[in-house]
Write a protein that binds this ligand. Sequence first.
Ligand SMILES: Cc1ncc(COP(=O)(O)O)c(C=O)c1O
Length: 387
Amino acid sequence: MSQLAQSMSRLGTETAFDVLARAEQLIATGKDVINLGIGQPDFKTPDHIVNAAIKALKDGHHGYTPANGIKLLRETIAVDLAQRHNVGVDPNHVVVVPGGKVTMFFAILMFGEPGVEILYPNPGFPIYESAINFTGAKAIPIPLREDNAFSFDADTVLALITTKTRLIILNSPANPTGGYVPKYQLDRLAVGLEAHPHVNILSDEIYSQMLYGDRRHTTMLSYENLRDRVIMLDGWSKTYAMTGWRLGYAVWPAHLVEPATRLAINCHSCVNTAAQYAGIAALTGPQDKIQEMVTAFDERRQVIVDALNNLPGFRCTDPGGAFYAFPNITETGMTATEAQNKFLDSAGVATVAGTSFGSYGEGYVRFSYANSIENIKKAINRIRQCL
Ligand SMILES: Cc1ncc(COP(=O)(O)O)c(C=O)c1O
């Protein structure tokens, strides 16, 4: 029997993929399943982006690129960040990686080890807690609460910091809650962090372009006093409907660019070259398809939140961003996992139990509204019947 390293027993997973696999098994047996479990846009990557990748391949871009990414791509990212967030970024501080996840894994590997504490949002993207545990560091949850619309309170976060804290992970807009952290809370955090110069920040901003109503995104890069310790994670997966292309990036503080690049060289050498050319086309080309997609998500958001609030035993706060609703289902009498299983097995609707995103997710279920309004309505009606 092969013996795995101890650390492998601490590595978790993303159960959304298990739900997807179970839903696909059911579909294979002829069952009609509506998928509200998946965390990816149901739109296709816009044609001009696909064509840029085809052109790159036809033009002979088949070899390795620099490990941190093609220079033109990193320059284009810097221009995009200046336009969207009004921040100055040195293209040499950008490291392009295969997806958003890779930055979080690298940042957590870089800082995590036994004896160290890392703060992370709970409920939150499951890979944060999994990767922290893998390194042997102690995962300290930042509880996100429904009564605060799943935002966070800067004072609560600051109170969790100890001399052992090396990294704080932030995610706004958030998966799985759709929660959004307003600027005044980030301002308070930025001021409070001045008293803790040993603490680094990983700001996962992958949903920054999916905000609704009058909400505006504030990037952690805009806090000049923190620029030497903020890692800003972003990517193409959600914004440009490019989850399968595996393309993401981070802006690193100057002194962390070399270790991040060294991890990239050890891990994947560089990102698929054609995908990098597609990334340039995405950032420089027309943005109308992105606007259309966000408008469609906003319409669906209103439909699903209303419908969920009308289900017996359900209570759903208004998600400010991303494409998830995270209703409280405690009054149905079911646990999160029981509800997830019942919705899939009895109603043919795939959702993800809140506990897949951490212990504070008990009593909640994540519904992704990356599906048509027709399917969303049908799914909620089926759930009503099985309740
Ligand atoms: C908050 C958050 N960060 C990062 C990612 C990972 O994105 P990618 O597919 O680009 O690795 C996801 C994907 O669901 C996410 O929800």
